[in-house]
Structures are given as C-alpha cells and as structure tokens.
Write a protein that binds this ligand. Structure first.
Ligand SMILES: NC(=O)c1ccc[n+]([C@@H]2O[C@H](COP(=O)([O-])OP(=O)(O)OC[C@H]3O[C@@H](n4cnc5c(N)ncnc54)[C@H](OP(=O)(O)O)[C@@H]3O)[C@@H](O)[C@H]2O)c1
Length: 247
C-alpha cells in the first residue's frame, strides 16, 4: 500500500493537491499536515490522517517520521506547498512584497528565507529516514517562476524572489547528494502557474482572466508534472506544463 505526505495541505493548492491525490491513488494512505483544522470536504476520507500542527510544522513532521520509522513505513511521495508572499505579522503588522530597495527590512527578509527556502530543506532532511533507498519516490516542493534569476526582467518582490531562488539551489544541491544514496528519488521544484488562492488574491486585478487558474486545474497539472519526471531529472525546476525553467 502506498503512503504519501502533504505539507501545507490546508492552503489553496495544498487542499486541491490532496483531493487530486485521492482521485489518482484511491487506496493510498495520505498524511496531511497543516496548521489549520481538517476541512469538512475531507471528513469522510478514512485513509487520510490529518496532522494539525502548532506554528512549528517541523516539530510535528519530525514526530510523525519517528512514528513511521517505528512502524516500518516508507513514503512513496511527498509534496510541500509551504510558502508565503504577504502576511499580517502578529508583531510587525502587514508585510507586503517589497517593490523598492527602501522597503527592505531584515525581519521580513529573514521570514521569507526561513519559510520559503530553509523550512522546505529542513522538511526534506526530516523525511530522509523514511524515503526509500531503492524504490521510486519523490519529494516535490512548490516554487515560483519569479525565483528564476535568468527570467527576472521585472524586478520587485525582492524577498520572495530571492528566497525562492535559494530554494532552487537547496533542492538542486540535495539532488546531487541523494543521487548517490537514493537512486530512484526525484526531487523537484515546481511552479504551479498563477492560481486563484489567498496568496495571489491581492495581485489578481491586472491579470488577464486566462492567466489565472483554479486550484483544481493547477493541482492536476502539478500531479502530471510529478508523474512525468524520471530519476535522471531529479533536482530540476519545472513550469506547470513540464518544461524546464531557467535558473
Ligand atoms: N497561488 C499562486 O499563484 C502561486 C504562484 C507561484 C507559486 N506559488 C507557490 O505555491 C505554494 C502554495 O501557495 P498557495 O497559492 O496555495 O498559497 P496559500 O493558500 O497561502 O498556501 C500556502 C501554504 O504554505 C503554508 N505555510 C505558510 N507559512 C507557513 C509557516 N510559517 N509554517 C508552515 N506552513 C506555512 C500554509 O500552511 P497551512 O496549511 O498550515 O496554512 C499553506 O498551506 C507556495 O509555496 C507559493 O509560493 C503559488
């Protein structure tokens, strides 16, 4: 029986990816991690275990990994949707992506790097003991096209762009190491396309309608990308249609 983990399952894309996984793997066990409570839409899924996390998702995942190890469970795949672009911080107030150099501040930059780059890498580290060494497996993290340095022609969104670029480097570097020990593991960073979620909501106004996708459409495409990748392609950075994005 297959076992999958989804980190950030309560977000716009996280929920849609969880629902799409259930369609594609009707009998699989799914471990969904989120700081929010289990949504009603998933209440009748008996093979889905909802792990509601404290603010520190890493702690909850680490505990779950210890339990899986004790139970002899290996993961067939992991998807992490974790990332942020704007938020209302409990102490610092509203944090919007910075358009000008004057708007940079250390705390906000640090928070971008921690959540968008460091946390995904630490989650990969935490999962390592349950990733099979000889069987096919994947760990896909959602990234962003604006994290491409080569594709950056517009500027702006300093912290988000830079942290997503750092994510790419961390996953590329890990893929080189894992190729030695986990020959069939596929690490990937995937750009979902601009998707109608809370994250993109404040920036949708000037977007042409055909450039904004529903979470369900994006989830189908992301799963298609994951299913189409081979171990030789591990460490890549992919557009939602499966084409490689420039670093
Ligand atoms: N929507 C787009 O147009 C778009 C475009 C390009 C890239 N992306 C990327 O796609 C991913 C998913 O975005 P979305 O559109 O689904 O946005 P979303 O609804 O805001 O979901 C973001 C997810 O990140 C998790 N998260 C954020 N901060 C966290 C923290 N400090 N600790 C733990 N988890 C945290 C949330 O977890 P909880 O479940 O615990 O709330 C949530 O599930 C992000 O990485 C984003 O950068 C989105």
């Amino acid at each position: 029986m297959s076992t999958y983990a989804i980190f950030g399952a309560g977000g716009g894309l996280g929920l849609a990816l969880t629902q799409e996984l259930r369609k594609r793997a009707p009998d699989a066990t799914i471990h969904a991690f989120s700081r929010s409570a289990r949504p009603d839409t998933l209440s009748s899924d008996n093979n889905l275990q909802w792990h509601q996390c404290s603010d520190d998702i890493l702690e909850t995942v680490t505990k779950a990994v210890h339990q899986w190890q004790a139970d002899g469970i290996e993961l067939n795949g992991v998807i992490s949707t974790i990332g942020w672009l704007h938020q209302v911080h409990p102490e610092h107030g509203e944090w919007q992506p910075e358009r000008r150099i004057e708007q940079l501040n250390g705390e906000q930059l640090q928070a971008y790097f921690y959540v968008n780059a460091t946390l995904p890498a630490l989650l990969l580290q935490a999962c390592k003991p349950t990733l099979p060494k000889k069987e096919p497996c994947f760990f896909a993290q959602l990234g962003a096209k604006v994290g491409s340095i080569g594709d950056n022609e517009l500027g702006g969104w300093y912290g988000y762009r830079a942290s997503k670029a750092a994510l790419n480097m961390l996953f590329k570097t890990a893929s080189i190491e894992f190729k030695r020990t986990h020959k069939k593991l596929i690490l990937s960073v995937i750009h979902p396309g601009t998707t109608d979620t809370k994250l993109s909501e404040p920036f949708q106004e000037r977007l042409p309608k055909d450039k904004l996708f529903s979470a369900e459409t994006s989830a189908e495409r992301i799963w298609d990308v994951i299913e189409g990748l081979t171990p030789e392609q591990s460490g890549g950075f992919w557009f939602w249609d499966g084409k490689a994005l420039p670093w």
